[in-house]
Design a protein around this ligand. Structure first.
Ligand SMILES: Nc1ncnc2c1ncn2[C@@H]1O[C@H](COP(=O)(O)OP(=O)(O)OP(=O)(O)O)[C@@H](O)[C@H]1O
Ligand SMILES: [Mg+2]
Length: 253
């Protein structure tokens, strides 16, 4: 059984969803948890940044029950690429529960991370419905915040209607550079409006950016302890919120 099914989402483009998803997957896999990143983005960046073939059969084929083979990026780290077939009519028509159903067969992965696309409610929803945990990413740009608020509204709407979706969620404040005025103000700005929602953050970090540019999973690049501490903190929050508290989707594990 998968321990964590995590949607990394945010609606706005370029806020660091893929960097966060790929780094987190690399971190979990490095610590012995077999991990799979499912890319829901027609741009197919996840496979690219993790160094596998981004145009191989992947998420669309999974949703369409064609049993694609996850691609190995490193020990314990696998990817199902996104791609233009996610824009096809058959995926557009897919039930929002379809991906949730499909990943049940992938239960040898302890961690499944859905890298959600920008701008597509439908593809993002497939990931949210399949996830237990949502990391809602925003940088300090106002459009990033608006995008995150839209995802949050969707999560809450689903919860109120008792529809499938994440039980746990947090903001991830991305690309943070505390010497910038907007970035410094962001935590308070969000907590004034959303006092109950936990905030995690990923600072502006060249090791994270370089790992993606060099198409090498973060942990394969011998990162410094300092450069992985934000990712480590997110991993710890996930473990503490779910497994350590003894509850996961209402069940003991
Ligand atoms: N923590 C970070 N530190 C430094 N650079 C970052 C960080 N996060 C993201 N970036 C850079 O910001 C750009 C966008 O990042 P990324 O592709 O992860 O965003 P995204 O939200 O997945 O974008 P899209 O919406 O297009 O899928 C990239 O150039 C990436 O290297
Ligand atoms: Mg992305």
């Amino acid at each position: 059984m998968s321990l964590f099914k995590i949607a990394v989402c945010g609606r706005k483009g370029g806020v660091g969803k893929t960097t966060t998803a790929a780094s987190l997957a690399s971190y979990f896999s490095f610590h012995g948890l077999k991990s799979l990143v499912i890319d829901l983005d027609p741009q197919s960046n996840t496979g690219f940044v993790l160094g596998v073939d981004p145009v191989a059969p992947g998420t669309a084929e999974l949703i369409l029950e064609q049993s694609p083979e996850p691609l190995e990026a490193a020990e314990n780290l696998f990817v199902l690429p996104g791609g233009s077939s996610l824009q096809g009519r058959d995926i557009e028509m897919a039930d929002p529960e379809e991906l949730s159903y499909a990943v049940k067969a992938l239960n040898d992965f302890k961690v499944i991370i859905f890298d959600c696309p920008p701008g597509s409610d439908h593809l993002e929803r497939l990931g949210l419905v399949a996830a237990d945990i949502a990391l809602v990413c925003t940088n300090a740009h106002p459009l990033g915040i608006i995008g995150a608020e839209r995802v949050l509204a969707e999560i809450k709407r689903r919860q109120e209607r008792h529809q499938s979706g994440p039980d746990y969620y947090a903001f991830v404040l991305t690309q943070i550079n505390k010497s910038r005025v907007f970035d410094k103000a962001l935590p308070e700005q969000l907590s004034a409006k959303y006092p109950a929602i936990p905030q995690l953050s990923v600072g502006q970090n060249s090791d994270l950016a370089w790992a993606t540019a060099q198409r090498t999973p973060l942990m394969g690049n011998s990162p410094t302890k300092k450069s992985i501490e934000d990712i480590e903190q997110i991993a710890r929050w996930i473990a503490e919120e779910t497994v350590v508290s003894g509850q996961h989707n209402g069940k003991k594990i």
